[in-house]
Design a protein around this ligand. Structure first.
Ligand SMILES: NC(=O)c1ccc[n+]([C@@H]2O[C@H](COP(=O)([O-])OP(=O)(O)OC[C@H]3O[C@@H](n4cnc5c(N)ncnc54)[C@H](O)[C@@H]3O)[C@@H](O)[C@H]2O)c1
Length: 319
């Protein structure tokens, strides 16, 4: 069995190759060539434990992830996890991957697919609200799909914001990184706004004129009581594009507007329709909401495993 740790995953992947793996996942989803039992959510005190299995033709895999938003306060990441990849024919476990690194990489590519299919091709100014690990990979992958010149960043935690801006500037020296003092100024300055926070209430002012003409990518809200986007957005958009159908009831960013009658069920559509048919949403204002699914993890784990074998990276162990 091959073990791939956080650093090995960070150094191994190419953004374009992960984006290809995610587009393959969307096409497999569209053709229904997979089996994915509902993911299990278990809650204990501040922790949510997710058990995420999925079968595809070549491989199957299970990701086990714990999320504790309170970890931020003690300087620890909110997500820990591991992913086991198995051969689909024999069931043999062939790789164990660091689940937090895998999640950050695949979620970066999922967000970027949203940008590719629902934002203006000329978008040069990206805004990131929420400066955790997801915000970081969202920024990196956004640069793989748009000609990004400036990335505006904002977080309620000023210390985290400053560290994030410095690390992102080091990672992307050709892009100007601008720290903002409010989400309002960030939205004004950005063509695409990515929310990657742990917030329970909208992180952007409820003002349609501020939101008009922009593309919004929602990464954070994964429970019905969590929200990032304000009600005003739903008066401006034709559809909400989702990465998975269960986003509609798992995420407060869709469940709440549905409940309030601001959004109709028929307006919630899978983005795999756009990816599989290579069509693009050209609405003035757009919204893509991601909650993630195990199919992404299997396809990206498969890609990382095959690349690691080719490049002789990782540690082989006998279980
Ligand atoms: N869509 C997916 O597939 C997917 C995958 C992984 C994680 N997530 C979710 O994405 C979110 C971010 O993940 P992370 O690992 O980077 O978390 P994190 O806790 O490291 O970072 C979240 C950041 O959001 C900031 N924040 C909270 N409320 C805010 C507000 N109102 N305005 C501005 N900033 C605010 C916090 O200060 C923190 O820095 C979490 O909710 C996580 O569960 C989604």
């Amino acid at each position: 069995m091959l073990i791939l740790n956080q650093n090995q995953i960070k150094n191994l992947f190419s953004s374009h190759e992960v984006l290809e793996a995610i587009e393959r996942a969307f096409k497999i989803f569209h053709e229904n060539k997979f089996e994915m039992p509902d993911r299990m959510h278990a809650h204990h005190e501040d922790i949510t434990l997710l058990l995420m299995p999925c079968f595809t033709e070549g491989f199957f895999g299970t990701k086990l992830v714990s999320v504790n938003p309170k970890n931020t306060a003690i300087g620890k990441p909110s997500i820990y996890g591991s992913m086991i990849l198995n051969d689909s024919k024999t069931g043999e476990p062939i790789a164990l991957l660091n689940g937090a690194a895998l999640t950050a990489v695949r979620t970066g590519a999922v967000g970027a697919s949203g940008i590719k299919y629902t934002s203006k091709e000329s978008a040069q100014n990206i805004g990131i609200i929420g400066t955790g690990i997801q915000g970081f990979t969202q920024a990196i992958f956004a640069c793989a799909v748009r000609p990004v010149k400036k990335i505006h960043v904002f977080d309620l935690n000023e210390e985290k914001l400053a560290e994030f801006a410095a690390s992102l500037q080091e990672k992307l020296p050709e892009v100007e990184i601008c720290s903002q003092t409010s989400s309002e100024t960030l939205v004004k300055e950005s063509d695409v706004i990515i929310c990657a926070t742990s917030a329970n209430e909208p992180v952007i002012p409820d003002d349609p004129e501020l939101l008009r003409g922009k593309c919004f990518i929602g990464i954070g809200s994964y429970k019905p009581n969590m929200r990032e986007l304000p009600d005003a957005l739903f008066s401006l958009i034709e559809n909400v594009w989702v990465d998975t159908p269960f986003a509609a009831f798992e995420s407060g960013d869709i469940a709440k507007p549905l409940e309030k009658g601001l959004l109709g069920e028929k307006q919630v559509k899978p983005i795999s329709n756009l990816v599989a048919n290579e069509t693009y949403d050209s609405s003035e204002t757009s919204f893509f909401k991601s909650v993630g699914m195990a199919l992404f993890d299997v396809l990206v784990a498969e890609y990382l495993y095959q690349k690691a074998i080719k490049e002789n990276i990782g540690t082989q162990i006998d279980l």
